[in-house]
Design a protein around this ligand. Structure first.
Ligand code: KIV
Length: 275
């Protein structure tokens, strides 16, 4: 049976040969498949806003949405480490709100840590949540919750000053007590420098090969959509398989080929015989 990695186990991968893999997925059924695989961790990301709810971005996802989805994932993958995302507005209003919402995501959701996205402004909230006893994964670079400020989903840290700010922010997040940090949408050299300068492991999505670990999103890996982002590799042709299957089903229903006797309850009931 799969053995769940722990927070100290994740931290111990720093400087080792072990690169952890994490997939963002959002429901019981997909979680059962991740559980059956060798993928180490699941992120119940607020990207569920786009992947599950059809939103344009992650803003609009609530703490209630997160708790609902995390609960179903934890049921489907009891032996996989689950990261629960803190959505937009859940922590930047006050320290009390941050601790209250992180406690809901962690305790009601039943995940193994929370993820808090944002730059220097997020550091005091991360510190408070860690002090409350909740393990925190940071998330810097392309932070979708603030994509409006960035003018869209754009690669960050492209100037020397912006890259240095990312390095300083990563160090501040480490000092605040985060045990792991997600680097999203940043140039390879910047991710490499952050990875070298931190004692905690980095996990990259669109941050190149030098991060300690890597994460991707379920719908991208599986190939749900025709379009895949540049940084994501399609490991499955789910869309083609599923649409083919659906078309076969529709065709057999339309032609009357389904269901045959094989798929029917054939007990003969008196007065209700079929010829
Ligand atoms: O919400 C999410 O899926 C994420 C990943 C893109 C890192 O934050």
């Amino acid at each position: 049976m799969k053995k769940k990695i722990t927070v100290p186990g994740i931290m111990a991968t720093k400087g080792s040969d072990k690169k952890l893999s994490m997939v963002a997925c959002y429901d019981y059924s997909s979680a059962t498949l991740v559980e059956a695989s060798n993928v180490d961790m699941i992120l119940v990301g607020d990207s569920l806003g786009m992947a599950m709810l059809g939103y344009k971005g992650t803003v609009g996802v609530t703490v209630d949405d997160m708790v609902y989805h995390i609960k179903s994932v934890v049921k489907g993958a009891p032996n996989t480490f689950v990261v629960g995302d803190m959505p937009f507005g859940a922590y930047n209003a006050s320290i009390d709100k941050a601790v209250e919402n992180a406690s809901r995501v962690f305790a009601e959701g039943g995940c193994d840590c929370v993820k808090m996205e944002g730059g220097m402004n997020t550091v005091p909230y991360i510190e408070a949540v860690v002090k409350a006893g909740i393990p925190v994964m940071g998330h810097i670079g392309l932070t979708p919750q603030t994509s409006a400020l960035m003018g869209g989903f754009k690669v960050q840290g492209k100037s020397t000053a912006a890259a240095q700010l990312l390095v300083d922010t990563a160090k501040a997040i480490e000092a605040a007590g985060a045990f792991l940090i997600n680097l999203e949408g940043i140039p390879v050299g910047v991710a490499k420098r952050i990875t070298e300068e931190l004692k905690i492991p980095t996990m990259g999505i669109g941050a190149g090969p030098y991060c300690d670990s890597q994460d991707l999103v379920w719908v991208d890996i599986m190939g749900y959509n025709e379009w895949t982002p540049k940084f994501a590799k399609k490991y499955c042709n789910f869309r083609t398989y599923v649409v083919d299957g659906l078309n076969k089903f529709a065709e057999e229903v339309n032609s009357g080929a389904f269901p045959t006797k094989e798929y029917s309850y054939n007990t003969v009931v008196e007065g209700f015989e079929v010829e």
